[in-house]
Ligand binder design. Structure first.
Ligand SMILES: CCCC(=O)/C(O)=C/OP(=O)(O)O
Ligand SMILES: [Mg+2]
Length: 402
């Protein structure tokens, strides 16, 4: 029988009893009050306590540990709202308990789109198979005249980035409307590709009423969009699911982690990042997933960040791999550490680390290109800086492993 395995981090006098109580309470309700006939009828919908793993004994005598409960897939409709409500809806408000992992049976995963492109599809689209990719972020966007944004896009593209993304806060874009931005930046990207030989994909921030997102995304594709940025947690995983499942939205979707800090930081509550920004984003169809790097200005615990990246790329019932995009506070001096931690299949993503370069955004991008080429070739940043003035200046300003 197909069952979904859910692991929680919690504490109790008796972890096994707590697991049992959750298994019943989150499925068929107060079991013992039901007449025998009812119990037999509802048995196929009953949750089961699978395991309890003690981690520590607390001062109050309780045991802190991991419990795993299995739920029949028949209890859910094939969507993330049903899943999260059914395994952690009411329970998330019931004392110290954190949702840390979900293992899906094939039958349940088959209903989800997963990434349309993923790592391999995006590399194919860019013709970049031999290195980590590089992405830059518009820095300052709200209120800027359209011409300034065009100038910014050109500077980033000339620096050799593979993608340029809107900042996630770019909703009020009346001075540079969504479709017009897509068309204008597409034109610039085609012109710079002639000069640099490198295609540049623009990730436009998809916003607006949730029931209009798919239509707006299709208009974007028709206008030449190459990628869509999406604030998944603000709109909901199901909005991502429906975009990824829509055959007419045939462009990579980039998931931004905005609002994730409302879910993951507490050791006692919320949803762990490897599940929230790893498994769920990938299953719902994100081709690229941004998350706080372990060493940026919005840092994520390194173990969690590495586990998150693993959830995005490990084999998962044939679901394509999503590109890990460790972000926030990234500068060229961090590239060796990024490469050591996240390896080849990652996207180096920087806003301030590009626009803050003393030589400007083009120089900032070139500094990253030199750093990525160096680590991919097994050379040090010191060696690369001897041949790249832009990298030397970046290392001078921000430091880094030479
Ligand atoms: C984790 C998301 C990072 C992000 O949205 C962003 O704008 C980063 O900018 P920088 O820290 O690279 O300037
Ligand atoms: Mg941002």
């Amino acid at each position: 029988e197909q069952r979904i395995l859910v692991t929680y981090l919690t504490q109790a006098t008796d972890l096994n009893k707590k697991a049992q109580a959750i298994a019943v309470g989150m499925t068929v309700g107060s079991w013992t009050d039901l007449p025998l006939a009812k119990q037999a009828e509802l048995a196929p919908y009953l949750g089961e306590a699978v395991s309890a793993t003690p981690l520590a004994t607390l001062e109050n005598g309780e045991t802190r540990g991991l419990i795993t409960v299995s739920y029949p897939t028949r209890n859910f409709t094939a969507d993330i709202p049903s899943l999260l409500t059914g395994i952690f809806g009411k329970l998330s408000m019931d004392g110290k308990i954190k949702l840390v992992d979900i293992v899906f049976p094939d039958s349940f995963l088959q209903a989800f789109p997963g990434p349309k492109f993923g790592i391999d599809g995006l590399r194919e689209r860019l013709g970049a198979h031999d290195r980590p990719l590089l992405m830059s972020i518009f820095k300052s966007c709200l209120g800027l005249p359209f011409e300034d944004l065009k100038t910014q896009f050109l500077a980033q593209a000339l620096g050799g980035v593979d993608l340029v993304k809107d900042d996630e806060i770019f909703f009020a874009d009346d001075r540079a409307p969504f479709i017009e931005r897509i068309k204008a930046f597409k034109q610039i990207a085609q012109e710079t590709e002639v000069e640099t030989g490198k295609p540049v994909l623009y990730a436009a921030n998809l916003t607006g009423p949730v029931h209009e997102l798919n239509e707006k995304a299709k208009r974007a594709v028709d206008a030449g969009a190459d990628c869509l940025l999406f604030n998944v947690l603000a709109f909901g995983f199901d909005a991502l699911h429906r975009l990824a499942a829509d055959p007419d939205v045939h462009v990579p979707i980039m998931a931004h982690p905005a609002l994730a800090g409302a879910y993951y930081p507490s050791p006692d509550y919320g949803i762990a990042t490897p599940l929230l920004l790893g498994t769920l984003m990938r299953v719902a169809g994100a081709d690229l997933v941004l998350f706080p790097s372990p060493y940026g200005n919005v840092a994520l615990d390194k173990t969690e960040a590495l586990q998150l990246a693993k959830h995005l790329t490990a084999p998962l019932n044939g679901v394509r791999r999503s590109f890990p995009v460790p972000s926030a506070g990234i500068h060229p001096g961090l590239v060796p550490q990024l490469y050591q931690d996240f390896g080849f299949d990652q996207i180096v993503n920087a806003g301030g680390g590009i626009h803050g370069h003393p030589g400007g955004a083009t120089a900032g991008a070139k500094a990253f290109v030199a750093a990525i080429e160096a680590v991919t070739a097994g050379r040090t940043l010191e060696e690369a800086a001897a041949e790249s003035q832009e990298l030397a200046i970046a290392l001078e300003k921000w430091g880094g492993v030479r």
